[in-house]
Design a protein around this ligand. Structure first.
Ligand code: NAP
Length: 264
């Protein structure tokens, strides 16, 4: 965990649901929210052992957590996931739509199953879980939703047309749902990470130790998953009380670059 200063217990008494919380960025988010005092439902699709480890880590630090299986691409499973979170942890205040997949490939050779799978999990999962949770959050006139999008949703990249489109959809959805839910005291924001070494981007960053990609990042470093998690926890907390509809990049400056120029 990063040693950045934080307000202790700023999420005490809150319950958070993190989709895809079993590994990678979602795992770091689950741990960060728990460190801030939230009880956390750690969702996964197939990695039950990994999710159990996250729960054990939170409990060992004195927190409360539960691992819940669900495929967020299925609306009925998303509904059941939210219901079980409320039943097992006694409420719901924070939803982090983090679950995501990639099926990279050139558009020329991309089959319909490649774009559909990515759209169903990335955007579909965000849509389904938001729909499942919003009634509860609106009813209590308080809640925070954080969608884990990507800088790819705002920029182009060879081989990522399906993934980038799914993240662009999440960005548009973040703005629209923020507008609709603001009057009910529910905030909706998005975090747009750049590159963080996880299973999702392992192949991409493995080439030459990721040197080619790193060269294009002004800070010349990949994100640590904890750095994405800290921004997510901020948006989920009252520290971001006047923020809704925002898309926050956490990318070492990658999205700020117009092109790679020679140093002057
Ligand atoms: P990861 O290491 O591959 O983890 C993905 C997580 O999502 C796993 O916990 C996985 O659980 C879960 N998941 C996948 N499909 C699911 C489904 N249908 N229902 C429920 N859970 C599902 O990926 P990551 O890099 O941490 O990515 C997390 C999020 O950050 C994604 O939305 C990704 O697009 C975004 N992001 C990542 C990067 C990066 O550089 N890593 C950059 C920008 C944005 P199971 O193992 O159980 O399937």
């Amino acid at each position: 965990m990063t040693a950045l200063p934080q307000a202790p217990g700023r999420l005490s008494g809150r319950v958070a649901l993190v989709t895809g919380g079993s590994r990678g960025i979602g795992r770091a988010i689950a741990l960060a929210l728990a460190a801030d005092g939230a009880a956390v439902a750690v969702n996964y699709r197939s990695g039950s052992a990994e999710a159990a480890e996250v729960v054990a880590e939170i409990e060992a630090a004195g927190g409360r957590a539960v691992a819940l299986a669900a495929d967020v691409a299925e609306p009925a499973e998303a509904d059941a996931l939210v219901e079980r979170t409320i039943a097992e942890l006694g409420g719901l205040h924070i939803l982090v739509n983090n679950a995501g997949i990639a099926r990279d490939g050139l558009l020329y050779s991309m089959g319909p199953e490649d774009w559909l799978a990515v759209m169903r999990v990335n955007f579909g999962g965000t849509f389904n879980c938001t729909k499942a949770a919003m009634g509860h959050l609106m009813g209590q006139r308080a809640g925070a939703i954080v969608n884990i999008s990507s800088v790819m949703g705002e920029r182009g990249w060879t081989g990522e047309s399906n993934y980038a489109a799914s993240k662009g959809a999440i960005n548009a959805f973040t703005r629209c749902s923020a507008i609709e839910l603001a009057r009910f005291g529910v905030r909706v924001n998005a975090v747009l990470p750049g590159f963080a070494p996880t299973e999702l981007v392992g192949g991409l960053l493995a080439r030459e130790g990721g040197k080619g990609v790193k060269r294009q990042i002004p800070m010349r470093a990949f994100a640590r998953v904890e750095e994405v998690a800290r921004v997510t926890a901020f948006l989920a907390s009252d520290d971001a009380a006047y923020m809704t509809g925002s898309l926050m990049t956490v990318d070492g400056g990658a999205a700020a670059v117009l092109g790679v120029g020679a140093p002057l």
